[in-house]
Design a protein around this ligand. Structure first.
Ligand SMILES: *Cc1c(COP(=O)(O)O)cnc(C)c1O
Length: 411
């Protein structure tokens, strides 16, 4: 770990104090031209003295704007304190968690997984257009049928086609013969450039795709490609639970990664992360963003510096060992649940490194699914799966009565 540490509460408060000193001080205001102020004191509780031990609330009141990308070029000087903490977060994620060499990556705190995924598609579409003179209809997105709907959303926005690769019904693994057929078929239809979205835990199953399956087949057919990892859900669990994981920047096939902080990390909503290797993010530079110092390379414009600080607070409060312990508690509960289902002969899918258990719906009558708040794969009569996500609040004491009801239903 080069960047990630555990800090005491005292150190954390001091560092936040120091950071907030380096964002616009509206009491001593020389910033006359910015369309921004602290949160409206006529509406929001604003007594900083009372908020001494609530660094996140103090950050919200200070209201920094982390607009732009702070790993590349210059940035707005008015919010430097919050941007510096964001850079520390990007270092921890890219280098310590996803194994990149220091200073070989760019990244920013996006509004969520959807934005980070679309940012990746946008970069690669523009890269193929500028470096290969590709036309939009020569580019295609490949991803599994279990992929999140933000990918079709991005395909629609960016006007590039997307194709879904079938997976095995029981083990949710991409069927490589089908993938190869699709590559051959796409080439014959004029597609030349491939943007791959490989999941590091799908939303419904927690299944993890092997990016090398895509890379090997696309290399075999001599197709230029870029691989983006959608780790919106799995990004804060899989790298800790699977020490042998090749889904990281240590794998040369991987160019960019999405991670959500508002899922596993329990940060406030509006907090995702986009990471990519150096040399890529220039493809989404908006030169017309002239009033922003350092211009803008991101999809969103203004964005919450307080949300970036929230991610910083969580990471540096736990430290790497504290986070590892937390993840292992969730996996222990998930193991307990799977063992119960096994002994009762109830069929489910689970990736052994993930905290999602997706049960075949034949074993879960609707009233039980509803009573325990399970989430179904589709909201119609074609549904075949019901999932449980073992989050912080899902304890064995909550799972036990559920398992008992499933058993009674089965017998
Ligand atoms: C939740 C999720 C997303 C989208 O994230 P938002 O933060 O809701 O925009 C994308 N991909 C996967 C795999 C997800 O689980």
């Amino acid at each position: 770990m080069k960047y990630w540490k555990k800090y005491s509460t005292e150190t954390i408060n001091k560092k936040i104090d120091n950071a907030l000193k380096h964002v616009i001080d509206f009491e001593n205001n020389k910033w006359l031209g910015f369309p921004v102020s602290k949160l409206d004191p006529n509406v929001f509780f604003n007594n900083i003295a009372f908020l001494g031990d609530a660094p996140l609330l103090r950050s919200y009141i200070a209201n920094p704007n982390n607009i732009g990308c702070h790993t590349y070029g210059t940035s707005e000087a008015a919010f430097k304190g919050a941007q510096d903490l964001e850079k520390e977060v990007i270092n921890v994620l890219a280098a310590d968690i996803f194994k990149a060499e220091p200073n070989t990556f760019d990244g920013y705190i996006a509004t969520g997984g959807t934005e980070a995924n679309i940012q990746a598609l946008w970069i690669y579409r523009n890269l193929f257009m500028t470096e290969y003179q590709a036309k939009a209809d020569e580019i295609v997105i490949l991803s599994s049928e279990d992929t999140h709907y933000s990918i079709p959303k991005g395909s629609n926005l960016l006007q590039i086609d997307a194709v879904k690769i079938p997976v095995d019904f029981d083990n949710r693994i991409i069927i490589s013969s089908e993938l190869e057929n699709i590559i051959i078929q796409q080439k014959s239809q004029g597609k030349k450039y491939f943007i791959v979205v490989s999941n590091m835990a799908t939303t419904m199953f927690g299944s993890v795709d092997d990016p090398d399956v895509y890379a090997n087949l696309l290399n075999k057919h001599k197709c230029p490609f870029k691989i983006h990892i959608d780790g919106a859900f799995g990004g804060f669990i899989y790298p800790f639970s699977n020490a042998e994981s090749t889904v990281s920047f240590a794998n040369p096939n991987v160019s960019s990664i999405t991670i959500d902080a508002h899922k596993m990390l329990q940060a406030p909503y509006g907090t995702g992360v986009f990471l990519c290797r150096k040399g890529l993010i220039k493809h989404t530079l908006t030169k017309e963003a002239k009033y922003v110092e350092g211009l803008d390379l991101t999809l969103v414009g203004s964005r919450s510096g307080a949300n970036a600080i929230a991610v910083w607070l969580i990471l540096f409060k736990y430290g790497p060992n504290g986070w590892f312990e937390k993840i292992n508690t969730l996996l222990l509960r998930t193991n307990w649940l799977c063992k119960q289902l096994d002994t009762k002969g109830i069929q489910y899918f689970r990736d052994p490194f993930m905290n999602i258990v997706t049960i075949k719906s034949a074993y879960v009558p609707d009233d039980i699914a509803h009573k325990y708040g399970l989430v179904s794969a589709t909201h119609d009569e074609t549904n075949q799966w019901q999932k449980i996500v073992v989050m912080d609040h899902v304890e064995i004491d909550d799972l036990e009565p559920f398992v008992k009801e499933l058993e009674d239903f089965k017998n």
